[in-house]
Ligand binder design. Structure first.
Ligand SMILES: Nc1ncnc2c1ncn2[C@@H]1O[C@H](COP(=O)(O)OP(=O)(O)O)[C@@H](O)[C@H]1O
Ligand SMILES: [Mg+2]
Length: 393
């Protein structure tokens, strides 16, 4: 597969804090660049560590860090001052008019999710300009990223509302000429920016939901808490209709190091691998191993990339199919799971609090339910085109 010039591939790594998102992102970007793809690694985690991982200094500006490789740590204050000038300025004037001091006002214009939104806008630009073949995104820990990835939806609502308020302000101001407004007037430039932003948000949404372009890779470790959080992330990403294409199990104990770690650790690990299997199968699984040294800098990242990808293409689309879907159809909440080699007569469903356990013969799937379904009962389950469709009431 060669992507050059035709399309931009967007790979989003997410997962719980400390599991190895940054290391895996950096390793992926390095390997992509080495294969000749014009690549950019973008960190959208405000606690940036991409520079440390790549062992190069990075800023809020795109910087060349190697052959075919650029990198950036998205910096929201910088974005506000450069790319979001009109909006930033108006919001901060607005806050000042409400009595906030100018410095706090500047901080207040940065709302949660801005890093990711800025990063998404970069992607939109890259795609338009055909500048990169591969964009690798290193994101904040799961909970935050989930909120951010749903941002185009929320933002649509947010901008609609903001837009209406400002339009009304303008109208009201016109009707009350001469009266002093307690709010600064939004300028035309600001309203145009807002309009423009809304359109771009739509494009971003299309890019995110296009499974041939964008997919999420969930990074995890073989540990109970991590597995549980990752399951929940998988559910919510599915709920937002994003395509999770694979999981990356990092920090596995290497087989050839048996003897270096207590045997009981290996037993524990195989139990957790079983849990991972039950939670994410039939998703593709990439593996990388616990390194005895720190994973920092090109050399050790290359070792990580080798473990993860071998001689395969790290930018490949592992699947465009969503193996879990959650949606509402004719007012009925449904959850659909891809279950290979199954037929209805073998299916058993068991719901325990927020987990749904599906067994089909020897095959077991354990699904973390979204809050909206936790309180509901399973009404029926049926097989359609290799998927089990579960209806809730
Ligand atoms: N396979 C591994 N073996 C050893 N150390 C690792 C491995 N993967 C990550 N680390 C280390 O664990 C720490 C957290 O990794 P990092 O990639 O920053 O995680 P995250 O971005 O998910 O918070 C870093 O110090 C990193 O060097
Ligand atoms: Mg990180």
């Amino acid at each position: 597969m060669h992507l050059s010039g035709e399309r931009t591939r967007v790979i989003i790594y997410t997962g719980k804090g400390g599991v190895g998102k940054t290391s895996v992102s950096a390793a992926t970007a390095l390997r992509c660049a080495k294969l000749g793809y014009r690549t950019i690694a973008m960190s959208t985690d405000s606690a940036h560590s991409l520079a440390d991982s790549l062992d190069v200094p990075l800023t809020g500006e795109i910087k060349k860090v190697g052959k075919n490789l650029d990198a950036i740590e998205v910096d929201v204050i910088h974005e506000m001052e450069t790319r979001w000038q009109e909006i930033g300025k108006y919001l901060s004037d607005f806050m000042v008019s409400q009595g906030l001091d100018p410095i706090s006002s500047k901080e207040m214009t940065v709302w949660p999710g801005m890093e990711l939104m800025s990063a998404l806008f970069y992607i939109e630009e890259f795609k338009k300009a055909g500048e990169y073949d591969v964009v690798v995104m290193d994101t904040a820990p799961t909970a935050e990223t989930l909120r951010l990835l749903s941002f185009p939806d929320t933002a649509d609502w947010y901008f609609d509302k903001m837009y209406k308020i400002f339009k009304n302000t303008v109208r009201l101001a016109r009707a009350t000429v001469g009266k002093v407004m307690s709010m600064p007037m939004p300028t035309d430039a600001f309203l145009n920016d807002l309009d423009h932003l809304k359109d771009r948000m739509k494009t971003v949404r299309q890019i995110l939901l296009d499974s041939e372009t964008t997919s999420v890779r969930l990074v995890l470790n073989p540990e109970k808490m991590v597995i549980n959080e990752t399951k929940r992330a998988y559910t919510y990403l599915s709920l937002y209709n994003l395509t999770v294409e694979c999981i990356v199990v990092n920090r596995l104990l290497p087989e050839d190091a048996r003897g270096h770690y207590p045997e009981v650790k290996y037993e524990e690990q195989s139990k957790y691998m079983q849990m991972i299997e039950e939670s994410f199968s039939p998703l593709k699984m990439l593996k990388s191993y616990q390194s005895s040294t720190e994973v920092v800098g090109k050399k050790s990242l290359e070792v990580l990339a080798e473990q993860l990808f071998g001689d395969t293409d790290p930018s490949q689309v592992y699947t465009t199919e969503k193996s879990m879907e959650i949606y509402s159809k004719d007012g009925v909440d449904q959850l659909s799971l891809k279950l290979p080699f199954s037929s209805k007569d073998q299916v058993e469903l068991y719901k325990s609090n927020d987990v749904l356990i599906v067994t089909v013969g020897w095959y077991k799937r354990s699904v973390a339910l979204p809050y909206s379904l936790v309180k509901k009962e399973v009404r029926k389950a049926e097989f359609k085109d290799g998927r089990l469709v579960i209806s809730f009431k």
